[in-house]
Ligand binder design. Structure first.
Ligand SMILES: [Zn+2]
Length: 442
């Protein structure tokens, strides 16, 4: 069933060329123009969005000042937020049924026609439901094509095979096939050896997947020489980047969330915010980290306006040699609630960002994989692979030294080590997580 609409996808891909702004002021004028058109369309159709402007006493043109909302608000107002006339119950029912049957294209019929449903995993059990219209999928495919196809536009002259190794939630944008462009989806819940053999046989020209899954496929014997490896859905640590580059070839990163396509690589392979389509405000979190508040200037089925994400990013201090005006991301550090909260030497509770520990643990010789979990106010568990006594001692020493450097009081701290059990297939790898919540934080 070809739903692949070539003129639309190519149109979106070609339009991207005109959206590569080099001048910041021009980029911002473009965002303002998009926002005006977008809000004129959304406000009469999305009562929940109109209510936000009313409650804040703001006219549409002052959208940048609208107080941010998050996923809980979005789920609580799903029925009056979306413009497809769908209820949250309908969408969740379709999403859950699809997960059980491993059907990757769960759809419901909305006002604009066929709408794809995706469920996001959430911390502390809060799942998000997301819908994407056909027009939105086609645009997404065009934008991805433009940014990921090697040697655009010459890349179109040779047949391209794009392998997506994704979890169920990646199905939100599952598009399709055409004679010169084949998109193939590999289900991460298949046994890894089987998946590795299928990937090798497919001979992808572009390979897209979470770094932990791509590394596992390589370890299971997958061989491929794609022109580009694209890391999605998980933090790409420098050790992942090095391992994937030597396994498959050069690696770029896409910053895609269910809330939107937030970052894309430039011609130099560096990650930039997708500011031609999404307005992104960055709230400081301390330690040079920022948290995005996004306004998707295109998305109509489920408007994403002044929506606060849980991600912590670090911007690159240097401008990119490519000359794009869109800001450059140095690292997606992880989710904000993955930051450990440890006793500081001043008697305070100190946030420790995941990259502090990932940096030192990547340097422990012979350590293949690890997980750090905070399980109590002073208690950390280190899951190590391999977990020999020497490895446990080295890793413990490295963690203590890193924590010491950032001002953690190591006296009350307990650090226990154990052997790492692999995550069940399909689970997102998070190397550093906090499983304990301080009582006073809601
Ligand atoms: Zn660049």
């Amino acid at each position: 069933m070809p739903e692949w609409d070539v003129p639309h996808v190519l149109g979106a891909a070609l339009a991207e060329g005109r959206l590569a702004f080099r001048d910041r002021a021009r980029l911002e004028r473009h965002q303002d123009a998009l926002a005006r058109t977008h809000l004129r369309w959304v406000l009469p159709r999305s009562p929940a969005t109109a209510d936000r402007f009313r409650a804040a006493g703001l006219p549409p043109e002052r959208w940048r000042e609208l107080p941010p909302v998050g996923k809980p608000w979005m789920m609580a107002h799903f029925g009056t937020l979306n413009t497809e006339g769908l209820t949250l119950e309908d969408v969740l029912r379709v999403g859950h049924a699809a997960e059980r049957s491993r059907d990757f294209r769960p759809t419901v019929t909305g006002r604009s026609g066929e709408v794809v449903v995706g469920l996001s995993t959430g911390t502390s059990g809060s799942r998000g439901a997301f819908i994407v219209s056909r027009a939105e999928r086609l645009r997404w495919a065009g934008v991805m094509l433009r940014h990921l196809l090697p040697g655009w536009p010459r890349g179109l002259l040779t047949p391209q095979r794009v392998a997506f190794v994704l979890r169920a939630e990646g199905g939100l944008y599952r598009s399709v096939q055409h004679r010169w462009l084949d998109l193939h989806f590999f289900d991460v819940l298949r046994p890894v050896e089987e998946l590795a053999a299928a990937l090798t046989a497919y001979r992808p020209t572009v390979l897209v997947g979470p770094p932990s899954v791509l590394r596992a496929l390589h370890a299971a014997g997958a061989t491929a020489r794609p022109a580009r490896v694209v890391s999605v859905a998980e933090v790409l640590d420098p050790d992942d980047e090095a391992a994937l580059a030597s396994a498959f070839g050069s690696v770029v990163q896409v910053y895609q969330a269910t809330e939107g396509l937030l970052g894309l690589p430039c011609a130099h392979g560096h990650l930039h915010l997708n500011e031609a389509h999404v307005h992104i405000d960055l709230e400081p979190l301390g330690d040079g980290l920022v948290r995005p508040v996004i306004t998707d200037l295109r998305r109509r089925a489920q408007p994403v306006i002044r929506h606060r994400l849980d991600d912590a990013l670090r911007l690159h201090p240097q401008p990119c040699p490519c000359g794009l005006a869109a800001r450059r991301v140095q690292a997606i550090v992880g989710r904000q609630d993955d930051a450990l909260l440890l006793p500081g030497r001043a008697g305070n509770r100190l946030p420790v960002w995941p990259d502090v520990l990932r940096g030192v643990l990547a340097d422990v010789r012979g350590l293949r994989e690890y997980r750090v979990t905070q399980v109590g106010p002073h208690a950390l568990i280190l899951d190590l692979d391999p977990c020999t006594p020497d490895m446990a001692a080295d890793a413990t020493r490295a963690v203590h030294a890193a924590l010491n450097r950032v001002g953690v009081d190591s006296a009350p701290l307990t650090l226990s080590t154990q052997s790492l059990t692999p995550l069940p297939a399909g689970h997102k790898r998070r190397r550093v997580t906090r499983a304990w919540t301080p009582p006073e934080v809601p």
